[in-house]
Ligand binder design. Structure first.
Ligand SMILES: Cc1cc2nc3c(=O)[nH]c(=O)nc-3n(C[C@H](O)[C@H](O)[C@H](O)COP(=O)(O)OP(=O)(O)OC[C@H]3O[C@@H](n4cnc5c(N)ncnc54)[C@H](O)[C@@H]3O)c2cc1C
Length: 453
């Protein structure tokens, strides 16, 4: 993939300005001027400082209010109430991804896992600004957004993932656009889940294609959970057809005995699992997915392309150039960006081979909050492993799940690997109830709000 410049990023993040298009900006400095409102057709208000109360202590700016950013915002103030914490998030409402497969099949409604950023900020005692971050100057310690700029003492970059459609053979931006609109992956917070739910509600039977990408993608078990729940939906609604699960990997990547058993025992007539499917392209007109040797036609689909870290990291010049997923170039034990002791990158943007999942981002967020608060006081913090807990529902109404629980270890020469792994692959009601209870506990931990029940 070619290097992404600020102009590409602005277009992709939906804040492309007339200046960037009409002005034909070429270099970083001129693009920055346009972002900051100094170009011929500036972003309204982008050259001003975002109006904020005067900081009482060191200011920590957090980019991205997902599981990672929300946890760090809240727990920084628990660690050190004198800090001034500002969360910059582009969305007005938070949508929790983990329970969203149950939402797709109508098991819960949107309000159940959607939360208000205003309320989360009030509960946590920090400042929330709805703004899209467009760049940062790490030397002068300023973050630029479509709403203005803000100076920081400490910066946390937690913008999550982006999709890489090029990795499934789709290079034409028009096809990428249509794929994302018409056959969304549903692996990023926003409107994709609503579109997928409506798609399923209107599905009258036939072939539903669901896919798993290669690499360290977001939430390893979630695509297989989705296949189970869509098959269950078809079974419960007596729809004729099947889910064809196209997996880029040679086998199910996690909890494989449990998922294989569910596919065979619960959904023998409804699920066709295809491993080692090397994606080569998608034709949206004829509704066909291609691999090197094969093609599969569908009536409906959710296409999950390879993931990569948010493109914002490349704009900020903090992405690893040697990683295919372009994750943040950080010290794995402190999360500090190489060369900047006051800038951290966390959550699914990190390069370490941890599960890109909510419990991992949440437990890691507790640690990073402690580490930053200690650094403010000039103290070091010993590395703690994140904790991965991942429930997967294989049937709903009533809910029954399987699960994995693991930590990580570091060995010189070998790097990071799973440790203390506990797997429960026989689905049951108690794990189904555990899934809901876990989701509520994390939501309540990151937003400070009561569970909805
Ligand atoms: C269907 C599904 C099922 C899942 N199931 C589980 C599960 O059972 N268990 C589990 O542990 N995990 C699960 N996960 C994974 C989990 O949701 C993610 O790994 C976790 O949310 C990652 O947190 P994050 O903060 O790194 O990223 P995100 O939660 O994606 O947050 C990133 C935030 O940054 C914001 N942002 C991005 N760019 C900008 C910008 N330029 N300016 C301002 N804001 C920006 C985004 O709007 C977003 O709010 C699941 C995910 C999905 C989609």
């Amino acid at each position: 993939m070619s290097h992404l410049d600020r102009r590409d990023f602005l277009k992709l993040s939906g804040v492309a300005t007339a200046a960037t298009v009409a002005g034909g900006l070429s270099g970083c400095a001129s693009t920055q001027a346009a972002v900051a409102g100094k170009g011929s057709a500036p972003v309204v208000g982008a050259d001003r400082n975002i109006p904020l109360p005067k900081p009482g202590g060191d200011r920590v700016v957090i980019v991205g209010g997902g599981v990672s950013g929300l946890t760090i915002a809240r727990y920084l103030l628990n660690e050190d109430p004198s800090l001034d914490v500002v969360l910059l998030e582009r969305n007005a409402t938070y949508q929790f991804c983990p329970i969203s497969n149950l939402y797709l099949v109508g098991g819960i409604d949107l309000g159940y896992f959607a939360r208000s950023y205003q309320e989360a900020a009030k509960n946590g005692g920090y400042i929330y600004v709805q703004a899209t971050v467009t760049d940062a100057d790490l030397e002068s310690q300023v973050v630029y957004t479509d709403q203005g700029k803000v100076a920081y003492d400490w910066l946390v970059v937690a913008p999550g993932i982006d999709y890489n459609y090029g990795a499934i053979g789709v290079e034409d931006p028009a096809v990428m656009y249509r794929l994302r609109q018409e056959y969304p992956a549903g692996f990023m917070p926003g409107g994709e889940h609503i579109a997928l739910r409506n798609k399923l509600a209107g599905f009258e039977g036939g072939v539903f294609v669901n896919t798993t990408p290669p690499g360290n993608y977001r939430c390893l078990p979630a695509p297989y959970e989705r296949t189970c729940l869509i098959a269950d939906y078809m079974k419960k609604h007596k729809l004729k057809g099947k889910v064809i699960h196209l997996d880029a990997n040679p086998d199910i990547t996690i909890k494989k005995e449990g998922f294989h058993a569910a596919f065979e025992e619960l959904y023998g007539d409804y699920v066709e699992y295809v491993p080692s499917f090397q994606f080569d392209g998608v034709d949206v007109e004829s509704k066909t997915v291609y691999s090197t040797f094969d093609k599969v036609q569908f009536d409906e689909a959710s296409i999950y392309p390879r993931v990569r870290a948010s493109r914002l990291l490349e704009v900020m010049n903090i992405a690893r150039t040697d990683s295919p997923q372009k994750e943040a170039d950080i010290d794995p034990f402190t999360y500090a960006v190489k060369g900047y002791d006051n800038v951290f990158a966390t959550g699914d943007s990190r390069w370490m081979p941890y599960s890109k999942s909510a419990n991992t981002a949440n437990s890691e967020g507790h640690f990073v909050a402690q580490l930053i608060a200690n650094r403010v006081k000039g103290r070091d913090t010993e590395w703690q492993s994140p904790h991965t807990i991942c429930f997967s529902m294989v049937t709903y109404d009533p809910e029954e799940s399987i699960m994995v629980d693991a930590e990580y270890d570091f060995e010189k020469g070998k790097g990071f690997h799973f440790a203390n792994v506990k797997l429960e692959q026989d689905w049951n009601r108690s794990l189904g109830e555990g899934t809901i209870a876990w989701g509520e506990a994390i939501l309540s931990d990151i937003t400070g709000g009561a569970a909805r029940g």
